[in-house]
Design a protein around this ligand. Structure first.
Ligand SMILES: *[C@@H]1O[C@H](CO)[C@@H](O)[C@H](O)[C@H]1NC(C)=O
Ligand SMILES: *[C@@H]1O[C@H](CO)[C@@H](O)[C@H](O)[C@H]1NC(C)=O
Ligand SMILES: *[C@@H]1O[C@H](CO)[C@@H](O)[C@H](O)[C@H]1NC(C)=O
Ligand SMILES: *[C@@H]1O[C@H](CO)[C@@H](O)[C@H](O)[C@H]1NC(C)=O
Ligand SMILES: *[C@@H]1O[C@H](CO)[C@@H](O)[C@H](O)[C@H]1NC(C)=O
Ligand SMILES: *[C@@H]1O[C@H](CO)[C@@H](O)[C@H](O)[C@H]1NC(C)=O
Ligand SMILES: *[C@@H]1O[C@H](CO)[C@@H](O)[C@H](O)[C@H]1NC(C)=O
Ligand SMILES: *[C@@H]1O[C@H](CO)[C@@H](O)[C@H](O)[C@H]1NC(C)=O
Ligand SMILES: *[C@@H]1O[C@H](CO)[C@@H](O)[C@H](O)[C@H]1NC(C)=O
Ligand SMILES: *[C@@H]1O[C@H](CO)[C@@H](O)[C@H](O)[C@H]1NC(C)=O
Ligand SMILES: *[C@@H]1O[C@H](CO)[C@@H](O)[C@H](O)[C@H]1NC(C)=O
Ligand SMILES: *[C@@H]1O[C@H](CO)[C@@H](O)[C@H](O)[C@H]1NC(C)=O
Length: 628
């Protein structure tokens, strides 16, 4: 039955072909793309001239001839007994469905319409089946490449399996594609059709490389198609070891990165630019007496690094490294100079302590030797007082004494420095000062008085009365605080503070004055009456009143005098004014108190030069002041 209609069909086809094609128009897509395993759908639509109906429709394929696969008539439809029998069906609108498409289904399908007297028409569709290949595998030449190779060496091989249709492989070097035509590039591609019908493509890249390619990377790209889109996959990136001859060698002081100083750990690095790394040998280079160069091999170096631990200055000198490239038989050498900076301990022209007599002039010289020019400073209590090696001290006084230090730095070598201190002592007889010369006291009270003495050698302070010494400082300037009970006898004798050293003696007297106020004033720790402020205010008031009175009196007197002057001469004196300002007992007190207001520390007796040169004259006057 099927065979009969097939034969009939072919007969019809051959006899009416030339007539039919003009009359019936069949519309079919040119290409239908489908993934392997998916369903293929091929639409078929047609137009028949006039009102005529189709009489039959045939779906058939072309592969070494034509084979009917499906028949649709006005009253019945069926699939022919072909390989497609169980996988196809045709919808009411004549669309052909093929389920689970295989690679073998790839062929041309024909939709043919017969329309009786109107003839027949047909159109064709090419069915294409796609399968994406597996991600590519890349294998790199593990051995490495000699840039001097005669042939173009193999770089890598790339393979992608199970694709359909045949995928393409493109090679890339550093993101740029390589093509067969390129200089020194040779790409060999093999395509294998597996029994499954899928394709495995492998490509081998051969290329000549140079030293510049030492950091180059390579990869392959697979281009393939799936229905409706072109796609690609990249392999991982590989790099290939390239062996190239050494062209340059360098020898540098690798560490430290600053100028080398004694005590540093120093690394000398020798580096040749060949691959593989050459063999390194280090030498110390000497110049012999007859000006010939001598080399002495240093064996301690490892892998091009020569380490010196805690270098001394004798490590300074000329070093050489020789690099031997065994692969390419190249030998090169490089030289460097190592200079180890140093600063010798400081020498002083005078031994510490430097003892000077009051008023002496002297110069202390600080000197040192170093690998580079150095900068010298003299400091006194962290302050720079002189630049250069000389410390000039002239007309020294006690203020000039103390700890001086010479600080040496090397501007060219940060961190390299040295310093040395020298103690200057100014010898002289004691200079004594007391907290106050006049103290108001109340009998039987306990009084504290302080005495301070400058001088070198350090003076010893003694008191004229028996009491207990509550505070004592033996460091320069020495001081002593005495606590004593006020007796009648003490009131009469006063308290005398004496300071003695081998060069002489100084003393100061403290006069005591009994206070006869009814309200007993509380004595402060320094023996000062609390009423002081009140008293001062009182006396100030009196003073102001007195001045006003005086001005008024002068005004009146002036008027009177002017009046009298008109009549005859009258002598004019200062007696009135004198009487008013003459210091009474209270006035005396004010003077004393103002003086004692100043604490002993504020009298500027403490040593300390104000600049480069102490000002001895200035200071001397102050001492005199205090002694009075
Ligand atoms: C086949 O179908 C296509 C798409 O509809 C159309 O462009 C083409 O002309 C047809 N060919 C014939 C021979 O009818
Ligand atoms: C078939 O035709 C219909 C309607 O014209 C369309 O929506 C569909 O995409 C077509 N199918 C194919 C596989 O061309
Ligand atoms: C012709 O086609 C129309 C619809 O297109 C249908 O209704 C009619 O039955 C067909 N005639 C014959 C004789 O098959
Ligand atoms: C034919 O009918 C099917 C549903 O049966 C539909 O999916 C398809 O798009 C139709 N084709 C055309 C050309 O109308
Ligand atoms: C593969 O390469 C050929 C030739 O360069 C090209 O014609 C083809 O379209 C490519 N195929 C894919 C899937 O890119
Ligand atoms: C390639 O070389 C770089 C250094 O140039 C290295 O970091 C990387 O690991 C190498 N990659 C491969 C795959 O050898
Ligand atoms: C050798 O090194 C020097 C300085 O580093 C450079 O200028 C020169 O180009 C290098 N020569 C070669 C052949 O690499
Ligand atoms: C430097 O001198 C020390 C002894 O002072 C010696 O031990 C050392 O080997 C010398 N170093 C060099 C590099 O000459
Ligand atoms: C110290 O030098 C000054 C001038 O700077 C001079 O007047 C004084 O006499 C000198 N003193 C001594 C002890 O030489
Ligand atoms: C110190 O005195 C010497 C002469 O004795 C003089 O040449 C030098 O300039 C002085 N230096 C300073 C810093 O005063
Ligand atoms: C002196 O050297 C020490 C280290 O030896 C460093 O810490 C210091 O900063 C240096 N001082 C100066 C002024 O360079
Ligand atoms: C005298 O000094 C001692 C010891 O600092 C102290 O205990 C005492 O209170 C002081 N006396 C007076 C009157 O300030």
């Amino acid at each position: 039955m099927a065979l009969c209609s097939r034969v009939l069909c072919l007969l019809l086809l051959s006899s009416f072909r030339h007539v039919a094609s003009d009359r019936v128009k069949v519309s079919l897509p040119n290409v239908v793309e489908v993934r392997k395993g998916d369903d293929a759908i091929i639409n078929c639509s047609f137009t028949i001239p006039g009102q005529a109906n189709y009489t039959y429709l045939h779906w058939l394929y072309e592969k070494n001839g034509r084979v009917n696969i499906y028949y649709v008539g006005q009253d019945r439809q069926y699939a022919y007994d072909t390989e497609f029998k169980d996988r196809i069906h045709v919808a009411d609108n004549f669309t052909l469905y093929i389920s689970e498409v295989t690679l073998q289904d790839e062929r041309t399908f024909v939709c043919q319409i017969g329309a009786g007297s109107a003839g027949f028409g047909e159109n064709r569709t090419e069915l294409r089946v796609y399968k994406s290949p597996d991600p590519p595998d890349i294998t790199v030449n593990e051995v490495g490449i000699l840039v001097t190779d005669e042939e173009t060496p193999k770089i890598a091989r790339c393979e992608t399996k199970n694709g359909h249709p045949v995928p393409n492989i493109t090679w890339y070097k550093n993101k740029y594609p390589l093509h067969q035509g390129n200089k020194e590039v040779n790409i060999a591609t093999t395509v294998i059709k597996e029994s499954s019908g899928l394709y495995t493509v492998s490509s081998t890249l051969h290329s000549r490389l140079s030293k510049d390619d030492k950091d180059a990377f390579f990869y392959c790209e697979v281009n393939y198609r799936l229905p409706g889109k072109d796609l690609m996959m990249e392999s991982e990136r590989v790099n290939v070891t390239i062996f190239y001859p050494m062209e340059n060698v360098s020898l540098i002081v690798e560490s430290p990165s600053r100028p080398v100083t004694e005590g540093d750990n120093v690394g000398l690095r020798c580096k040749g630019d060949g691959n593989p790394a050459p063999e390194y040998t280090f030498y110390r280079v000497w110049e012999s007496e007859d000006r010939k160069e001598m080399e002495e091999e240093i064996k301690e170096a490892r892998d091009g690094l020569l380490m010196f631990e805690s270098v001394r200055r004798n490590a300074s000198g000329h070093y050489r490294c020789r690099a031997l490239d065994l692969n390419f038989v190249v030998s090169l050498q490089a030289d460097t100079m190592l200079s180890v900076n140093y600063l010798d301990p400081i020498q002083m022209s005078r031994e510490s302590p430097v003892e000077l007599n009051f008023g002496d002039n002297t110069t202390i010289v600080c000197s040192t030797m170093g690998s580079q020019p150095s900068a010298i400073q003299w400091q006194w209590e962290e302050q720079v007082i002189a630049i250069g090696p000389l410390l000039n001290l002239s007309s020294v006084d006690y203020k000039s004494g103390g700890q001086y230090s010479c600080v040496v730095t090397m501007p060219g070598v940060p961190g390299l420095n040295a310093s040395k201190g020298v103690t200057v002592v100014v010898k002289g007889q004691p200079l004594v000062s007391v907290s106050r010369h006049l103290v108001q006291v109340v009998q039987n009270d306990v009084l504290n008085v302080t005495c301070e003495a400058f001088g070198y050698p350090a003076p010893e302070i003694t008191w004229s009365v028996n009491g207990s010494v509550v505070h004592k400082r033996e460091k320069h300037p020495v001081s002593s605080e005495l606590s004593v009970q006020v007796t009648k006898e003490l009131l009469r004798s006063g308290i005398k503070c004496s300071a003695t050293n081998s060069l002489g003696r100084g003393e100061e007297l403290i006069t005591l004055q009994e206070v006869t106020v009814t309200t007993r004033p509380t004595i402060t720790s320094t023996g000062e009456p609390v009423k002081k402020e009140q008293k001062r205010a009182e006396s100030k008031g009196v003073l102001i009143v007195a001045i006003i009175v005086c001005i008024l009196a002068i005004a009146v007197l002036g008027a009177v005098l002017y009046f009298l002057y008109k009549k005859g001469k009258i002598p004019c004196g200062h007696s009135g004014k004198q009487e008013i300002t003459k210091p009474g007992k209270q006035q005396e007190d004010i003077v004393v108190e103002m003086k004692s207001d100043k604490a002993p520390e504020e009298t500027e007796l403490l040593p300390g030069p104000t600049g480069e040169k102490p000002l001895p004259g200035d200071q001397g006057e102050k001492y005199i002041d205090l002694r009075n």
